[in-house]
Structures are given as C-alpha cells and as structure tokens.
Design a protein around this ligand. Sequence first.
Ligand SMILES: *[C@@H]1O[C@H](CO)[C@@H](O)[C@H](O)[C@H]1NC(C)=O
Ligand SMILES: *[C@@H]1O[C@H](CO)[C@@H](O)[C@H](O)[C@H]1NC(C)=O
Length: 491
Amino acid sequence: MAAAVTMLVAAALLLALLPRAADAAVGVNWGTVSAHRMPPPVVVDLLRANGIAKVKLFDADPAVLRALAGSGVQVMVGIRNEALAGIAASPAAADAWVAQNVSRYVAARGGVDIRYIAVGNEPFLTSYQGQFQSYVLPAVTNIQQSLVKANLASYIKLVVPCNADAYQSASVPSQGVFRPDLTQIMTQLAAFLSTTGAPFMVNIYPFLSLYQNSDFPQDYAFFDGSSHPVVDGPNVYYNAFDGNFDTLISSLSKIGYGQLPIAIGEVGWPTEGATTANLATARAFNQGLISHVLSNKGTPLRPGVPPTDVYLFSLLDEEQKSILPGNFERHWGIFSFDGQAKYPLNLGLGSPVLKNARDVPYLPPQWCVANPGQNLNNVGNHLKLACTMADCTTLYYGGLCNAIGDKGNISYAFNIYYQLQKQDAKSCDFDGLGMITYLDPSIGECRFLVGIDDRRVLARSSYSDSSSPVSCGLWLMTIWVFVWFTIVGSF
Ligand SMILES: *[C@@H]1O[C@H](CO)[C@@H](O)[C@H](O)[C@H]1NC(C)=O
Ligand SMILES: *[C@@H]1O[C@H](CO)[C@@H](O)[C@H](O)[C@H]1NC(C)=O
C-alpha cells in the first residue's frame, strides 16, 4: 500500500513538473515600433487573457519590463545590434547592461521572469555586410560572465536569433551548410550553446521565400500538403518550414552540432501589403504552423522532436517599421495595433479564438476626413506629408483599404495623420480641405482608426494578485495529491 502511495505521489509530482520540463509552447514577439502604442499593462493583460506564457522582446524597455513583473509570463529581453560593439569590447559595459536591464528586474520578489537574453537580432543578416558579425561571440562571452557574476547564469540563457540566410542549400535540406563566412563563428556559437544548454535560435519565413521567388510553389509555403514536395533521398518535405528547419539541422551536423535543440525566434505571416498577404493566408499559415508544432510530429531529420519554443511574429502591428522590405512589414500582427484579433486563431491553449485587448485607452471617437464641399485637386502635397509621417500602406495594392476610391484615399490619409498628431485640431486643417467628423468613416474592411492615448491608463483590476495559469495548475495538482493522500490514508 505504502509503495503504491509513494508511486502515485511520485507520478503526480512528475505530472505536476511535466509542463515545465516539456515547455514547448507558442510565444509571441512583442515589438514596439509604433506611434500608437498601447500602455504596456494593457498588452500584458492581453497576453494573459490569451494564455500566452512566453514573450520575446527586442530590447529592455523599462515600461514594458515593469508591466511584465509578477505576470507569470516568461520573458526574453534583447540586446540591440548597435550595442554589441560596446559590450564586446568591455566586460564593464556587459556588467552594466545586465545590471540595468536584467538584475534590477529579476532581483525583487514578484519580479520579471527573464529566462533568455537575445544577444543581437539577426546580426548575421547578409544585408548588414558583416558589420556586427565579429562582435557577437565576444558580446556573448562578456554577457555570460556578467550573468555568472550576478548569480543568474543557471537561470538565464543566452541565445542569438539568426536569420535563415545564415545557412543555405544548393538543392535539398540534406545539402544544408552555413554560409562560408560564418562557419567559424557558428562553430564557436554552437559550442557555447551546447555548454549552457541553450537552443540555437532561428527565424524562418516561408512568406518571404514566396514573396521573393515568383516560381516558389505557393502550397509549399503552407501546411496542407504540397503538389511540389521536395524529395531528399528517403525524406519527403511537404512544407517550407520543415525543409528550412532540416536545412539548419544539416548545417549544424556539418560543424559537429547536429543534436543542438532548436527554437524558432520568429515565424509568421502578414495580413496586408502583398498579393499573398491577407487575413485568409495569414490565418492558414499561423494555424497550420501551430497545429504542426503542437502535434509533436517534428521533421524528417528530427521526428517526434518539435522546436523547443516557437515565437510568432508578431503580437501587434507596428506601423512605424521600415517598409524597405515591402508594405507588408507593418502588418505582421495576429492583433491590430490596438489589440483586436484580426482572425480566429487557436493557440492550442483551449480557446478556438483570440481574446481582444480590454480597457484600451482610445482617444475620443472622432476622425478627420476630406471636406466634401472643397475642391481637392491640390491635395497632393498634403497627402505626401500625411503619408510620409503616418502609415498609408493599407491604401496600396494588397492593402485592405486599396479600393476605397480617390476621396476615400484622401480621407484615410488625413485621418491617419490626425490620429498620429493625437487629434490636434490644427493637424486636420490641410489648408481648409480637412474636417473633423464624429461619424465613423470606416468602409467595409477598411478601418479608419482612432489613436491611442498612451499616457492614460484606464482604471483596471490588478492582475498581479491573481496567480498565473501555470501556478494555478500546480496548485490544483497539489490539492489533488493532498486529497488523494487523505482518502488513501484513511483506508
Ligand atoms: C539597457 O537597455 C536599453 C534599451 O534596451 C539601452 O538603451 C541601455 O543602454 C541598456 N543599459 C546599459 C547599461 O547598457
Ligand atoms: C488610392 O491610393 C493608392 C495608393 O496610392 C492607389 O494605389 C489607388 O489606386 C488609389 N485609389 C484611387 C481610387 O485613386
């Protein structure tokens, strides 16, 4: 009897620990390149409402980190590429970075649950022409030593989010190999990661493959099977994600680290700004990806072993990102800038849809539009100004507001500029061509947005006093074990 009890208790304890051990979960990237930023506490509430337990940041914004304190959300902070040189050159600079951007937040009880530091962001991107490359490993070494000194090294791991152009294949995944200029760096990085137990982190974008190659088979970008599977000896690939993943594994094998765990730092699909970017394709890709990863199927080279973590790109639209890559760059969010779900998405956490942000502190419900009584022939310069300052990408081909007509275009541009200026009445003048309206001018799917007052946080219930879903599960398990003990003990 006692043996049975011990075994059951052990099993229960094991079960309770399992979610932590096999932590593979869908996280999100939280970027903040936006002029319409929701207050960080509203975003953290959005994460929690949707059960999103992991978040990847691109820097260490104090307001964001303060909002994450006590939330139960696991956090990856980031070191910007521009800071790598200084940190690489100076252990003291690394110490200062860790002190200011990590220790300060984790020290306090109920602090921020920082688990990872991303050293640089895609520092090996070909388009950077090697300018950050030589700083990465020295920066990694210095930051690691700072973590050791701060007694944080056993808890916080370093990763380097790599762009997928760090490796290539002439044909099939088994031919994968790191770019020749990176062989030595990657070997050292892989050696470091394997000693700390951190994953190799890579960003994978089938959308970009499709966008950049007109002969890329569209169905190969998605997860519903492909009429153009890639046959690689005994292995057959039906989607670009698996093909890319195994190309990385082959590349790692060739430098002697084929067993490294792999995490996906960014993956996603935009909803606007290209012919292949819309709500349906974004939903199909992201849902296919999530189901694929959570099925634990793995890939031909790693059957049954999914990536350790997957961070969707992205949580929110960021309307001030550079559109050099294309207009789609501002439309990667699974939520719009104001935390409204763009399409149904099941994150595998029990809900078939996403929950919208609550208590968003919008500016008053008023818009700026073209005055119908005015001749708009000379509006050109105003449009140019408005659309240089604010984001008009949705008016272009592939945008949700592409078909709203000339007048619609003008009104859209006037309004987006007016909202950017926080509804300053002067910003709706446009030499008398603009006027303020209190009737929502949105047209079908084309939304005329109302800005956010990011200095105002609405009164809201505190979330730091409610426990996280994980600790809630542990609590239930503990209670269950206790009850079970009591029952068995009474026999
Ligand atoms: C901490 O991070 C922020 C932004 O990510 C950066 O501006 C700042 O310089 C960092 N602190 C130190 C001491 O490097
Ligand atoms: C609205 O503006 C976009 C972007 O300049 C353009 O592609 C579209 O044709 C315009 N629509 C009309 C009706 O002028």
